[in-house]
Each structure stands twice: as structure tokens, then as C-alpha cells.
Design a protein around this ligand. Structure first.
Ligand code: FES
Ligand SMILES: [Fe+2]
Length: 385
């Protein structure tokens, strides 16, 4: 019997597959058990993108960060800091907040069940009639805290009891893209996509342009697919850049700029579009004149919500010409995104087949192999033979 990992069958004859790094087996996109492991070892352990600080500008503003069993309330506190607390009442465990975002008018978080009330920072401030219990210790009933870190205007959270430091996970990212002054940028446009594919397929798709000539005719005119250069492959952060064709200024429908250069961006960076995947749930794409990022949240092993944001400097957004140029960048990336989503969803379906065991990477997909190895390392799985 032929082994489809090492050979393929054609007209009844086995042909060996020579060379090429092998993809993950199909079960990594479909197994409920592996998805459960990913939740425990990745999504409940690693730093994850949760949004932008500008989404909760005022004290009392909040947004939820929900992933499977867990829900975290991210609030702007009275001191202006950002707090992240588990959305779990310390009385009897009720999920307190159900709206995805909003504002706590009373500047506190109140459980709807028996009215235990917490400050915006999660400190228990009222617990009706509990004072009659002599041993009741209010201090010990602070909401369970999640870890929170701001970088470049992005909010990251970590749900682990004993988290890896943000610097250890994201080291390479911290010094990168300083010229874009990411913390000064604001969201100019957002599109939310609901996709029927495993979260890893989107990260993989983002890290190779082998598919570009066939899938993205317009993108390929602006940045030739052979121009992809990988300049970073360090655990959670990996990526590189593609060069703009001579005469092309940015990734827009007509190749003209979508705005003036972002902050201090100059020199070689004016001719490049960077593609950085920040494992496990962020894709960051700095252009000379704007920044695009994708926020990926899994919804089971075969679906994700992928929210795409376009960031601009507020001065550029104030420019009356800005709207039309922004629209060109939005239109270009919406078109390109949809081209990608279609092949990712088709790959999700195809890899379910019993005939799919593993595929073979091309020489232009070495970064995908690196992503696979990072996944296997974090899951503690041996590399499949
Ligand atoms: S469960 Fe929250 S106050 Fe009772
Ligand atoms: Fe693509």
C-alpha cells in the first residue's frame, strides 16, 4: 500500500515525492482535540492582541476580549490606565458583562445577580450583606486579573496565571517600526470578516506570495511576488517585506499614495510593504503611508473572526483629500483580502479529505514551515516524520 506522505499514486503506480519540506498533517486544521490543546497552550497562555487603546478612550469605557471559555473586561480606569479583569463575579462566578463594548456609567462594574460591585480596576467595593460574615475579606475578592500590556497603541492581554514576559514573547517587534510611531496612529476604517477556516491558514497565507500571481493579479502588478524578502524569523514574530514596483507608491487601486508618509518613515521603507505575523493572532502590515492590521480570533477549529483595520496619522485624516485616497487603500485591501479568504476556505475544505495527509512546501514557503515548527514547539508535539 502506498504511503501518501512519501509517494503519490498515478494510474496504479507509486511515484516517490522527493525534496521539499512537508506541511502539517490535515488533523492540525480539523481535530477538536488539537484545537483544545491550542486553547490551553497558546490562547490561554500567550500574549494576544486585544485591540487599540483608542477604542476605550474615557474612564469607564470598556471592551470585552472573548475567547471560547474565557471573557476578559478591558477597562479604562480613572487614572487613565488600562485594566484587564476576568468577566467572572467573585461571588458565584456569574459572567457580569455581555455587551461586546460600552461604558460603565456608574464608573463601576456591577454583577446583575446579587449586585456585588467592583471598581473599574476590579477591586471589590460593595457586596450586600456580606459584612455580617465576620471572616469575609473584601480585599481577597478582587476580580481575577488578566495581564495587560500596551505597545504601539495596541492592547495585548495574557490570560495565564504565570505569563511569559511581553518582552520575551514579542522582543523583535518592540524595536521594529519605530519610524511609524504606531502609538500616534488612529483607526480610519474597519472591516470585520467572518471566515470558515482554521486560524493557522490565515497566518500561513499571509507569509507566502507563491500564491500571488494567480490569486492576486492587481497586487502582483504593484509588488512582484519574487521581491518577497524575509528579515525576521524569531519565534512568535516573523515576517519580511515586499518591494514596490518602480513608479508604484503604495498598495492602492491605482498604486498612488493613500496619504503622506507615516511620521518618520523614509529611505528604503518608502519602497517597501512589511508583512509581520505576530503569533498567534495579529498580522501587521506597515506601508509607507498607512498601516494595516488584522486581528484574528478563532471561533472553534474551523472558523475565525478576522477584523481588519486601516491606521493613519490624525493629521492625514484631517486632510480633506484623505477620504478618497483612504478609500483606494480600503478597496485594494478588501479586494485582496477576499481573494485570500476564498483560497483559505477552500483549503480548509480540501484538507478534510481522507486522501490529504500532508503536502509539500515550495522553496518560497520556508516561513510557513517555520510557523509550523513554532506551533509544534509550543504544543510540545514532535515534528511529524
Ligand atoms: S454571582 Fe455575582 S453577585 Fe452573586
Ligand atoms: Fe494573499
Amino acid at each position: 500500500m502506498s504511503d501518501s506522505n512519501t509517494s503519490y499514486k498515478k494510474r496504479g503506480k507509486d511515484y516517490p515525492i522527493k525534496g521539499g519540506l512537508r506541511t502539517l498533517p490535515g488533523k492540525y486544521y480539523h481535530s477538536q482535540e488539537i484545537y483544545g490543546e491550542e486553547l490551553e497552550k497558546i490562547f490561554y497562555q500567550k500574549w494576544m492582541l486585544a485591540g487599540r487603546g483608542e477604542e476605550i478612550p474615557e474612564a469607564g469605557d470598556y471592551k470585552l476580549f472573548d475567547i471560547e471559555d474565557e471573557s476578559v473586561i478591558i477597562t479604562r480606569t480613572k487614572s487613565g490606565d488600562i485594566a484587564a479583569n476576568f468577566n467572572v463575579c467573585r461571588h458565584r462566578g456569574t459572567r457580569m458583562c455581555v455587551e461586546a463594548k460600552g461604558h460603565f456609567e456608574s464608573e463601576n462594574i456591577q454583577c446583575p445577580y446579587h449586585a456585588w460591585t467592583y471598581g473599574l480596576d476590579g477591586k471589590l467595593i460593595a457586596s450586600p450583606m456580606m459584612q455580617s460574615l465576620e471572616s469575609f475579606d473584601k480585599e481577597a475578592h478582587h476580580l481575577h486579573q488578566a495581564n495587560v500590556h500596551e505597545w504601539g497603541g495596541f492592547i495585548f492581554v495574557n490570560l495565564a496565571q504565570d505569563p511569559i514576559s511581553f518582552e520575551d514573547q514579542m522582543g523583535t517587534l518592540i524595536e521594529k517600526f519605530k519610524d511609524w510611531k504606531l502609538s500616534e496612529l488612529k483607526i480610519a476604517h474597519t472591516i470585520k470578516y467572518e471566515l470558515e477556516c482554521n486560524w493557522k491558514l490565515i497566518l500561513q497565507n499571509y507569509q507566502e506570495c507563491y500564491h500571488c500571481p494567480g490569486v492576486h493579479p492587481l497586487l502582483s502588478k504593484l509588488t512582484p511576488f519574487q521581491s518577497a524578502i524575509h528579515d525576521c524569523n524569531k519565534g512568535a514574530v516573523m515576517g519580511g517585506y515586499m518591494k514596490l514596483e518602480p513608479g508604484v507608491k503604495s498598495m492602492t487601486m491605482d498604486g498612488e499614495p493613500a496619504g503622506t508618509p507615516v511620521c518618520d518613515v523614509q529611505g528604503d521603507d518608502m519602497r517597501r510593504v512589511y508583512y509581520y505575523s505576530v503569533f498567534p493572532n495579529m498580522l501587521l502590515t506597515p506601508h509607507p503611508d498607512f498601516v494595516l492590521f488584522h486581528h484574528i480570533m478563532p471561533r472553534g477549529n474551523g472558523a475565525i473572526t478576522n477584523t481588519c483595520h486601516w491606521l493613519y496619522h490624525p493629521d492625514v485624516m484631517a486632510d480633506p483629500d484623505h477620504k478618497e485616497r483612504l478609500q483606494s487603500a480600503v478597496e485594494f485591501w478588501d479586494l485582496t483580502n477576499k481573494e485570500d479568504w476564498a483560497v483559505c476556505e477552500q483549503m480548509q475544505q480540501g484538507t478534510k479529505s481522507r486522501r490529504f495527509t500532508r503536502g509539500t512546501y515550495s522553496g518560497q514557503e520556508d516561513m510557513l514551515y517555520a510557523l509550523d515548527q513554532e506551533l509544534l514547539r509550543v504544543l510540545g508535539h514532535k515534528s511529524p516524520e
